[in-house]
Design a binder for this molecule. Structure first.
Ligand code: 1CP
Length: 369
């Protein structure tokens, strides 16, 4: 036919809206399931494509990003209930003017991280999000078309504190002492940086929905490095601004006000606050008991999670047993989106992931009969 795949219009009709219904607290016949980092290094087809392209080259080429987004959907078929656009949280620091390299076997590296607030002169003053990150929009639009309505497509960002931490640490870190020392030495400048990131994040998420994203997830991967008090001061206000302003903007621009998920890894102490932050879904890491999370969120949000990602190394019987317990712990009447408690690890056997997905779908349907 004559549909233009570069335009965010005439998208195929959505056939599986389970995750959207679960997010909005509507009745579900079973728990929807998807996997953080489901497109990635554990898949041989990912490794094959990655051999010939650098990581950020793939992110910037809509055809390649789309191909990788579809890999797990093609492989697992109806065992997955959502897709997530292939990209990275670090595209925002790049858009702000910092160089980020993806070093194989090591992860992201910033050759020149922020050392003191004097380094703000190296950041772009007014970031044109469309110009800098339009490649993500193009990948989303293309992927919406190529998904053919099989499952909804997630857009995402890294939350401001997590991105600030990367920008100062220059990569992964065990203690985050450089980033956290900013909070004690330069609190006002830290907040100024968090606000700059927040403004871009809002613009970027609205753009992702305009391009075709049907759900949004905010990754505060380093939330748990902050004390409860510091989380309230340096993470939560920005996470809240993002959901509030994104939803306001979507409504005022006549766009669909899509469901939003917050994943603040390690921030068990913030569950109650997060459930009052205008997100439909609160994502849990594996250290949180689902019953405790239900209580702390007062049953006002859908919960996502939360099997320990390393349980996928336990062999098929253990996976079935642990996944069954996990599904039952979330219960039958409540809103549950099954996932892992963090991203899938790169050395997992894809067949073992399949056992997890099958078990979740089977058990979560059985307990609802
Ligand atoms: O399938 C998907 O989930 C889509 C793509 C995706 C997402 C959502 C990638 C691809 N990265 C992310 C988010 C992301 N990136 C997070 C948040 C989720 C989490 O906490 O795991 C974080 C912290 C990053 C930063 C990042 N990028 C890391 C972590 C390093 C550290 O500090 O521990 C790494 C290893 C990357 C690289 C990366 N991103 C994505 C892939 C497939 C890869 C591997 C790159 C390669 O091929 O070398």
């Amino acid at each position: 036919d004559c549909v233009d795949f570069s335009k965010a219009e005439n998208f195929p009709v959505l056939k599986n809206d389970l995750i959207l219904r679960a997010s909005r607290g509507e009745k579900i016949e079973r728990a929807p399931v998807w996997i953080m980092r489901q497109a990635g290094r554990y898949l041989p087809e990912f490794q094959e494509l990655r051999k010939n392209h650098s990581f950020f080259e793939i992110c910037r080429a809509p055809e390649l990003a789309c191909a990788l987004t579809l890999q797990p959907i093609d492989r697992y078929g109806e065992l997955l209930d959502a897709s997530i656009i292939f990209s990275d949280i670090l595209v925002i620091p790049q858009a702000m003017g910092l160089e980020v390299l993806m070093v194989p076997g090591k992860g992201p590296v910033f050759p020149n991280p922020l050392e003191t607030p004097d380094c703000f002169t190296r950041l772009t003053e007014h970031v044109d999000v469309e110009e800098k990150l339009g490649y993500v929009y193009k990948a989303i639009t293309l992927t919406r078309h190529k998904l053919g309505g099989r499952v909804p497509l997630f857009g995402f960002i890294g939350a401001p504190w997590t991105l600030m931490a990367y920008m100062i640490e220059g990569g992964g870190s065990k203690t985050l002492f450089k980033a956290k020392s900013w909070l004690w030495k330069y609190p006002a400048e830290s907040k100024a940086l968090l606000q700059r990131i927040t403004d871009i994040a809002i613009e970027f998420l609205v753009g992702q929905v305009k391009a075709g994203a049907q759900m949004l997830q905010v990754f505060e991967s380093w939330g748990g490095e902050l004390s409860p008090q510091d989380f309230k001061e340096y993470s939560l206000p920005y996470i809240r601004q993002i959901s509030e302003k994104v939803k306001e903007r979507l409504a005022s621009e006549g766009l669909e006000v899509v469901p939003m998920t917050i994943f603040a890894k390690g921030s068990w102490y913030a569950l109650s606050d997060l459930s009052k932050s205008n997100y439909e879904v609160v994502s849990l890491d594996w250290t949180i008991d689902p019953a405790y999370a239900r209580k702390m969120t007062n049953d006002t949000v859908a919960l996502q999670g939360n099997m320990d990602p390393t349980a996928l190394y336990g062999g098929k019987d253990a996976i079935r047993e642990i996944a069954t317990k996990m599904v039952k712990a979330f219960g039958k009447d409540s809103r549950h989106i099954a996932n892992l408690g963090h991203g899938i690890l790169p050395t997992v056997d894809p067949e073992d992931l399949k056992v997890y997905l099958e078990t979740v779908q089977k058990v979560s349907a059985e307990i609802r009969k």
